[in-house]
Each structure stands twice: as structure tokens, then as C-alpha cells.
Ligand binder design. Structure first.
Ligand SMILES: [Cu+2]
Length: 146
């Protein structure tokens, strides 16, 4: 191989690697990305109604239905209330009082729950309300409503 052949070979490999990494990105959030509750700890005791703030790092927030490139960089929050077993994360999330969708890109809400212990968990969704792959899901916390 002469110098020119070597450099054209290297260029082909570089292009191939770029294509492969691009294909793998898809809806995959960066590994440092996370969602979390702001100022609400596991074990907290609250009075209803109370505010819940959603935090996100390494990924963005955009309204549901957003397409084009931004869908690979942003999603919208879902708040799971008293969900014991996660649903199929390859399907759109259900919409009911246990799965609250924040379609407008909201980053906080007021929750009104009956007294007792409740679990809360955040799960980000894409334009079709499907979790990213791997999912951006928070730690599940348990709170007590007085
Ligand atoms: Cu949704």
C-alpha cells in the first residue's frame, strides 16, 4: 500500500465508525443523563397538595410530539404514582392517574394524594410517549402524605 492508499483506507474506516456511532445513538441518552426529584427526598413527609419538581441532567425537555433531530436530545416527563411494576418500556406509556404525562414540557406539578405512603418515580418519554433506550428513569422514592 502506498501513502495515498493508506490515507484513503483510514478515511473509509473513519466514515464507517462515524456511521456506526450515529446509528447507535438513536434515542439513546448519554450515559451521564439522569432524571431526579428536586428537593423531595425518599422518606419525606408532606401535606397535600404539594409541589413536585422534576430535574434532568444531560438531556433536554421538549413538548410531546416533537420530531426531527431534537427528539434524540430531549423528551417529556412522566410521573409514576404508586406504580409497583414497570410496564413494557418498549411501548408508549399508559395515560391514567398513575401515569401522569407532562406533554407541554412542564418541569413541576402540584400533587394531591390521599393520606398514606405513596411511591413516586420519574420516567422520561419521547415524542410517542415511549421511554428512551436505555430508559431515563429516576430512583423510586416513597413519601408519606399526612
Ligand atoms: Cu407522555
Amino acid at each position: 500500500m502506498n501513502k495515498q492508499q493508506i490515507s484513503s483506507c483510514c478515511a473509509s474506516i473513519a466514515v464507517l465508525l462515524l456511521l456506526l456511532s450515529g446509528a447507535a445513538v438513536g434515542h439513546t441518552p448519554p450515559s451521564h443523563a439522569r432524571v431526579y426529584f428536586i428537593g423531595l427526598q425518599d422518606g419525606a413527609v408532606v401535606k397535600s397538595p404539594f409541589k413536585v419538581k422534576f430535574g434532568i441532567e444531560g438531556f433536554g425537555i421538549t413538548p410531546a410530539g416533537t420530531t426531527a433531530k431534537i427528539r434524540h436530545k430531549a423528551g417529556h416527563h412522566h410521573l409514576l404514582v404508586d406504580v409497583e411494576e414497570l410496564p413494557d418500556l418498549d411501548e408508549p406509556l399508559p395515560g391514567n392517574k398513575r401515569y401522569l404525562h407532562f406533554d407541554e414540557g412542564e418541569t413541576e406539578t402540584m400533587l394531591d394524594l390521599p393520606p398514606g405512603i405513596h411511591s413516586l418515580q420519574l420516567l422520561l418519554g419521547d415524542e410517542n410517549h415511549e421511554p428512551q433506550d436505555p430508559p431515563l428513569i429516576s430512583k423510586k422514592i416513597n413519601i408519606t402524605v399526612e
